[in-house]
Design a protein around this ligand. Structure first.
Ligand code: ASP
Length: 517
């Protein structure tokens, strides 16, 4: 087998090591001082606010259950009435424990006030600032990079008819790998059954999640194309491309760049000047990405440390982890298996050494882990993949599209989470429901934008397709920030493997490398 050469740049291992060190330091710092930083950064008030909202929601759900019990009783549905009464009682039991928790957290107020006045506060602000700055630098580059790399990719194809083939095979890759991920998730969650005996006392469902309940799978997919009503910047076809770009609507920018690049290639001589202009622009932006990456070790440290601190440091994180331990094991196990599957695809179809490639895209995976956003990671993914000798035309086409629609980790997560919620609520799922979950999880992942916790919102669509309660999302909300990071890293690896696989068949032939046997 011919393996592709290792990285072009000798500085990459050092950089990867620095980023890894930043990430590890962020975890250690976050776990060690997170609790103090949480106290210093207004964590007590935020937690109290959330607990009070949860209490209100439980009260509202309990009253709804009472009403439904009464109605069922008046219609002679005795069993249903009894079930609703039990549910109301269960929810009121939760309310007692939430009140106790409120008292416990309120007792921390005095300590929090003292810490807020101390030196911890400026340190917390500095750590947070490093992460925010890095994220802003990445986001800043996304729109110009997507536009120029897409135009570059399309105009480099030479013959525009190749675009159809390239596009179809890319979509086939996205769909097949997403379906494999969902299948892995379904098999694991049915075997491990993590939902049995889940404690949902502190479950809270955000209003935007509840609002999504009305949406259908078809509606969501149509909104991906034409945006939601009254939103001129949304969807693949927005009313105003500048507005869409200003709101970082990556999919709209991709489609516009695709058509624009295609049109340029039909202009012959007259289009050549502007094509060269875009090629140079693309290279210049990639150089900026390179510069931004010099800040990555510090930025990644800041993002990870601040996030752990936000969740209450070691104590808060441990509490969440233990409560949902089997769910976390199922999701992480599924993601790990899918990583192996993708590595096999890379080896068998892309003809590359998976280990070398994994190390080569390591910076992108760590960035994905720390930002929880495929879109914000895109500049880094492009840089890594191109340094692994994937041609710019393949990466310029496959990666931006992949960052918005190819989300294997998210698809797997949605399937696992939906079945977990059914198991927790004691609702049995038949084969038909599993097939519906399989299809909707794959589609919902396509509809999810590459931003933090987007998968949690589109999960509502999967739940409503099989008539599961959206309130179940509240159970997994507390740990979602952590699982989101892991699934985003798998999403980005899926895109990177896609670029290598597609490049093997559609990229320009490369000169034989000295490492090839
Ligand atoms: N955060 C994920 C991503 O950007 C999407 C998700 O929430 O699953 O890829």
């Amino acid at each position: 087998m011919t393996l592709q050469p290792e990285s072009k740049s000798g500085g990459r291992p050092t950089m990867l090591f620095a980023i890894l060190a930043g990430a590890v330091f962020g975890v250690v710092f976050g776990l060690s001082y997170g609790r103090t930083m949480w106290l210093a950064s207004g964590g007590v008030d935020q937690r109290l606010d959330r607990l009070r909202k949860t209490l209100e929601q439980k009260d509202q759900f309990a009253r709804q259950a009472d009403e439904q019990a009464e109605q069922a009783a008046s219609e002679g549905r005795r069993e249903e009435a009894e079930r609703q009464r039990r549910e109301a009682g269960r929810l009121r039991g939760h309310m007692v424990r939430i009140r106790e928790e409120i008292q416990r957290i309120e007792a921390l107020r005095a300590r929090a006030a003292a810490v807020e006045q101390s030196w911890v506060r400026p340190i917390w602000e500095l750590v947070n600032f490093c992460g925010v700055l890095f994220l802003r630098m990445l986001r800043l580059l996304v729109v110009p990079l997507v536009f120029t790399s897409m135009v570059y990719g399309i105009t480099s194809l030479g013959d525009i008819r190749r675009l159809g083939k390239l596009g179809s095979w890319t979509l086939v890759y996205y769909l097949v790998t997403a379906a494999a991920a969902v299948l892995i998730g379904i098999v694991l969650v049915c075997l491990i059954r993590p939902g049995h005996g889940t404690d949902d006392t502190f479950a809270y469902v955000a209003p935007e999640v509840l609002a999504k309940q009305e949406e259908t799978v078809l509606g969501t997919l149509l909104a991906v194309v034409a945006g939601s009503p009254g939103d001129p910047a949304g969807g693949m076809i927005p009313e105003n491309i500048l507005l869409a770009a200003s709101e970082t609507n990556v999919l709209a920018v991709i489609i516009f760049a695709l058509v624009f690049g295609g049109a340029l290639t039909t202009l012959g001589e007259r289009g050549r000047g502007i094509i060269h202009f875009f090629h140079a622009l693309n290279e210049a932006i990639m150089k900026i990405v390179h510069l931004v990456m010099l800040f990555a070790p510090v930025g990644i440290f800041g993002l990870i440390a601040a996030k752990i601190a936000e969740s209450g440091g070691a104590a808060g994180f441990y509490q969440e982890l233990v409560r949902l331990a089997w769910f976390v094991v199922t999701v992480l196990g599924g993601l790990a298996i899918h990583l192996v599957v993708l590595s096999f695809v890379l080896w068998a179809v892309g003809r590359r050494n998976p280990f070398t490639y994994l190390c080569g895209v390591g910076q992108a995976l760590l960035t994905a882990f720390s930002t929880a956003s495929s879109s914000a990671t895109l500049p880094v993914t492009m840089e890594c993949v191109e340094e692994m000798d994937v041609s710019e035309e393949s990466s310029g086409f496959v990666l931006p599209l992949g960052a918005t629609i190819n989300m294997d980790g998210t698809a797997l997560y949605e399937a696992v989470a939906a079945i977990f919620i059914a198991q927790s609520a004691g609702i049995p799922l038949g084969l038909t429901a599993l097939v519906i979950i399989f299809l909707t999880a794959t589609l919902a992942a396509i509809g999810a934008p590459g931003i933090p916790e987007a998968g949690l919102v589109t999960l509502v669509i999967v739940l409503s397709a099989v008539h599961l309660p959206a309130a179940g999302i509240g159970t997994i909300l507390a740990i979602d920030w952590f699982l989101d990071r892991n699934r985003t890293a798998v999403n980005v690896f899926g895109d990177s493997v896609g670029a290598a696989v597609i490049d093997r068949y559609f990229g320009r032939p490369k000169p034989p490398s000295p490492t090839s046997p």
